[in-house]
Structures are given as structure tokens and as C-alpha cells.
Design a protein around this ligand. Sequence first.
Ligand code: MRU
Length: 527
Amino acid sequence: MKTSLNWDGEAVIAVDQRALPGEYRLLRLASVDELIGAIRTLAIRGAPAIGLAGALGVALSARLHAAAEDALTEAVTADADRIAHARPTAVNLEWGVRRALGRLDDGPEAVLAEALAMIEEDTATNRAAARRAADLVLSLTDRRPLRLLTHCNTGRLATAAGGTALGAILELAERGCVEEVLVDETRPLLQGSRLTAWELSEAAVPHRICVDSAAAAAMARGMVDCVLVGADRITANGDVANKIGTYGLAVAAAHHGIPFLVVAPESTWDRSLPEGSAIIVEERDPTEVTHCAGTAVAPAGAGVYNPAFDVTPTSLVTATVSEERTVLRPGTALPGTSAGPTAATPLSARIERLLLAFPDHPRPGIVFRDLAGVYSQPGLLAELADHVTRHFDGGFDRVLAVEARGFLLGAALSVRANVPLTLARKPGKLPGPVHGAEYELEYGTDRLEIQEGAIASGERVLCVDDLLATGGTLSAAAALVEAGGAQVAGLAVAVALAGLGGSERLSRYPLLVLHEVKETDGEGEQA
Ligand code: MRU
């Protein structure tokens, strides 16, 4: 497959996106400065594409400094840093640079091999994400053929090949499901009308260029069944930075009840940032606004606000789709899914369906609530973790997971929210000095322990368990947190048994229950 970025043995070859649609021209970039210039001037643009260009730039630098021997690492690292900062918003640039740089100890050829492997991977990644997104669009909509709306350019030019959101649109078109694509012009640099319209013409997909400011009106007139966009950075809570104008589209789509989908590779997720306000939004040259094709279209000296991106809050995003997973806004319902809960039905209903009750286990009179079905459902644990992370909105620095099954949701949460994990265990399990807290059971007492120094004073800790019954275990976990001078940011459980006093006992903490089992009065229960 032809890719938008290549290597000719000595230099980076890239499609010059500034020249399209008038001219299809290839650029040969033989120095790091030329490569940085191409990224800054948007000759190479689109988050995945600049990430790959960044990796190739590091390979170029390693090759150019190959003779420097002892000074190689220093010189290439300095170049890598300059490349990574060529533009600030798309996290893919930094990702691509760091990944290629990670091979420098193995020599310039290894760096190049890594960059070329990334180009190949990107092609497969986009294919997988596009198929997954196309399936989801078909589940979220019932009109056929579809009228889709997209913004900016997320096609083969913005990636190595295939495209992200535009890849999904092309996939839907291949399946014969597209009536028309409305292509936002994407002011001020017109990536939509210049590049997306060019790619859609190339693929013979029916489309019309839509004035940016007409998109909401098109939705109001019932001309749009689904909006698909890409992303430049997605934060831990799911907020999405994308081309300026995306936020407005999301607001309008929400107002009109139209699904708003973000399609982007996993490399676009930046879990080090809790939420979108921490994203640096690139502001570009005023002349991009005051001039059109070199001619002034505004009074000389007019002030300009020209941010290249905006941030769409996660609450407005129906789903974010990558090559690996679909993060669906909790509560999003798929029409026509009468066959029972599916990936899009509310989490509580899905847990309910998978939760089994075993009477008289482990002893007579106890009903054992078994979550094994939840854990065996591919992707569901990750969705639970996504939901909990979003609910607490970045407000915790550590997860404390309670033995034994609390470890599962706890570990998933720690990965999802990118925060450290501490295990609270039964007595005698942890090595070294420990702190403990006793708690009462219906038939005696038990104790939870954590290692000394495991939680720093002042940290905000989220305590997690699989099941809440009387609340004894989680109160002990909370007591352990507070005894060390840390703060309980909240408590999260997959399942709570109503009527056993658990939530009342824990009422001084923010408590998130993903599914409540109501009919438990009078039963002795445990997990
Ligand atoms: O400024 P650009 O053209 O590099 O913008 C980045 C983008 O291409 C978009 O924001 C796009 O929607 C996400 S990247 C496929």
C-alpha cells in the first residue's frame, strides 16, 4: 500500500499537503531542520502523520550524526527534543520521537528500522480502528444509507495510510452504506475542503463541502446521522483535543441527539494528563486568518484569535474508538438490540446479566454473588475502569485495592487512570512492616493490612473492592488510608447488596456503585 511518508535510503519523503489539491508533490527532507519546517508549516500534518515523521526525523538525525560516535547520543537527543516540540498539541509527535529514540543504543539502523516498523503498524492500526468504528456507527444509527459529517482531514494524508475517522467513513462507503459525507471546510487552513474532499473524490465517495458555520444548521435540518472526527490528544478522562471547531460540532450533535464519534489510535491517548484543560493548544500565525491565498482579507493590524485546536469534554463524546477498544459513554443505548444487553447497554444491566448467585456457599445461609462472568467478558473490566475513572474525574492519586477480587478492578483502574496501585491484604500476607485495621464481620472480626510507607501522607486515595455488603471491609480500607495522613478520594465497588447497611455506614465518603442488587433483605451474603 502506498504510504504518505517514506524513506528513500537517505532522506524522508513526504506528500506536501500544502500543495494539494492543486498539485500532488513529494518533498525530500534531508535535514532535521527541513523536517521540522515541514511539520511547522503543515506540509506534513495530522496527528498520526507527524508522529511518524517525528520518528523518521530521529532516524535521519541518527544517520547524519553516525560519525560522531561518542557525541551521537547527545546530538540525536537534542534533535529529538527539537522535533518533539515542533508543534505542541498532538501527543503523537512526542510519542513517535520517544519510541524511535528508545532504539538509539542499538545504533542508527535500529532507529530507522523502528520508524519504518511504526509506519507499517500505523497502516494496520488504522484499518482495525476504522472497521471497529464502522461497526459501531452501524449499531448507533438506523437510517441507511447514512449521511455523515466530518471535520478537518483524518485520512491517508493525516496518517501513514488508511486514515482514522475518514478511514471509518471509507469503510462504510465500501460497505455501500454512505449516501453523502458533509466535509467541514475547516477554517482557516481548509484541511477539509482541500484534503478530505480530495481524498473522498479519489475514492469516489459522494460528498459536499460544508461551510464550517453551517454544520449545526445541517444537523438541525436532519441532514446528519453521525459525526466522525479524529483526535490529537485524548486525556485520561476522555477529553478530546482536535482541530478547532470540533467542540462546537460536539455541542450541536449532543443538542440534536446525533452520535459523535472520535476515531484515533491508542498512541493519541495521553494518560499522564487527567483532563483536557491541561492540554497545550497551539495558537498559529494571525496571517492564516487575515489573509487568504496571500491576499489580505482583514483590515491591516486587526487582532486575531487563531487557536489550531479545541478541547471537547468527554461528556459530549458518544464513543472513542481505537484499534484496540471502544470507550462508549455510559448509558449510550444502541437501537435494535432487543437480544439482551450488548457492549452499549448501561453497565449496571450488563453486570446484572452476568452476575450469578450461589445459595449456601461457602456455608448454609450465605448467598455467594459471583462476578466471574463479569471478568470473563472481554473488555468489560476495562469499561468498568473507564467508568470509575471518569466518575472521579482525575480526583485521585492512588488506588487502594482490597483482597482478593478488589485487586482485579483495582489493577484495571490503576492502568486506566495511570496512578499507582496499593494492595490491602489479609493478615500475614504482606512482607515487611505493615499497618493494620480491624473490622467486624457477622461472625467475628477480620483485619486488613498495608505495607508501611505504601501510601504517602496527603495523597488522595480511591479504595476499590468488588462487592459491598455491610461496609466493614471498605471502612477498614478507608481507616488505613486516613491513619497514614492521606485522604479518601472515594470508594468504588462493582456490586453493592442493598439492605445490609453498607452505603449508610460509608456515607461520609463519595461512593460509586456500578450495580446494586436490591433483593437482599434478610439474606446473609458475601463475595
Ligand atoms: O493542524 P493539523 O492539520 O495537523 O490538525 C491535526 C489534525 O489533523 C486534526 O485535528 C485531526 O482531526 C486529527 S489527526 C488525524
